[in-house]
Design a protein. Sequence first.
Length: 467
Amino acid sequence: MSDIADKFAKLQSSRQRLRNSSAAERAAKLKAIWAGVVERKDDIFIAGNKERGTHDLDIAAELVMIKGEIDFAVKNLSKWMKPEKIKNSLNTMGKRCEIRRQSKGVVLNLSAYNAPTAECLVPAIPAIAAGNAVAIKPSEHAPHSAQIVQEIINRTLPADECEVFQGGVEVSQELLGLPFNHIYYTGGMGVGKIVMKAAADHFASITLEMGGKSPVIIDETAELENAATKLAWGRVMNAGQVCIAPEYVIIHESKKDEFLTLMEEKINALYNSDGAGLDKSQYVPRIINERHSGRIKALVDDATKKGATVVCGGGSDIANHYIEPTVLTDMSEDMDIMNEEVFGPVLSVLTYSNREDVLDIINRRPSPLALYVYSTNDEAIDYFLTNTSSGSAVVNNNCIQSGTNPRLPFGGVGSSGMGRIGGFEGFKSMSNERSIVHQPLDRFRDILIMLPPYSERYNNLIMKGLK
Ligand code: NAD
């Protein structure tokens, strides 16, 4: 048996014990994880800085997400674990119906690199809260963060309850060959398909958290300066390596010129306030590695070759994983950047003259993870929300819908993902919602009218129901 299979067997061996664990026991584990995070906070900052040059406060925001989920789960766990009474229908009259949420067994969390500590720990929270054993596979592209997560977990939970598997794609592939009961995946669509196929072999349920091209609609009534400020932040934050980051803007043609001027101004105001240069800014982190830096530069080069205009930015230093915050316009559909997720600090700007065109641009693409509308016209906002689809949406802001409110479930739709995380929805997705009907045995309620040979009364009852 390989080391990975051996560790998996240990996790499997504790399924029943964890399923029967109390709310207090599970809450204690979550609190211990948080205490471990707090204890290693400075090391987590150093790791994020080494990996992406990320500012401490931006990494702290990741930790706030972890705390928010843990606090909410700890507070609500007893309630979530209680059997839920279900109202009777005509057909279950006299019986007692309930839902009991039981752990699924062993959950795999296969995670990505862009917010590595949160992506390792946030999905583990509902998994542990629901009484599962958990395997965490951190991204190989964020090895320093992975090491700290492993040390935190090793110190807080026994190896038959939670295990961290570090390594590259070969480790992910070996894990995917094992009969996990639920697989939670964060990453790109290509690997998302691999995960779905692997899950099918063992009938594992899945949550897929992927990405895509999240659009921004700015209509002629929008508060442009406000929108440009928020979009400069949304696109440049974490150097664009944010799954819900705005990827492209569709703006009413009458506002385009003003908006482009504002975008350049706001990017500089937020990220180059001392005038030392965006490349020197402590707030503009690096792309995770040379391969992804080169990929983003190639998208910009392809767009400019096919006619895109660089409004601002356009520079890069691939060896140092730097992509200058960039705004492009004069886009066309044949550009790779209009069809592939950038996952970097490059915003494309398109225009529209009538709003049906906006729907056409968005709806001919796969459903995105997020959609943003900037407008002060309620009717227009409603029109754009009603006629498009996305995992989540925000009106007059961006990137504030994830990790900010555990009552607001988060996830994608179609190729941007499936399943939800956050609070009770996350807990439910890691649980088997078991429907239970209790039949009382007294002669008034234990009526076996539906058994053959069928009576005239039963026949009339059923046939009446068909009318
Ligand atoms: P990544 O390269 O870190 O890969 C993610 C995981 O998949 C890793 O653990 C890796 O080992 C595994 N993996 C990679 N190739 C594999 C293969 N061939 N077989 C099996 N496993 C494999 O991350 P990434 O995929 O580049 O992440 C970026 C993507 O993640 C973007 O598309 C982004 O939008 C998305 N994302 C989504 C969310 C969300 O919550 N929806 C959050 C963050 C990132």
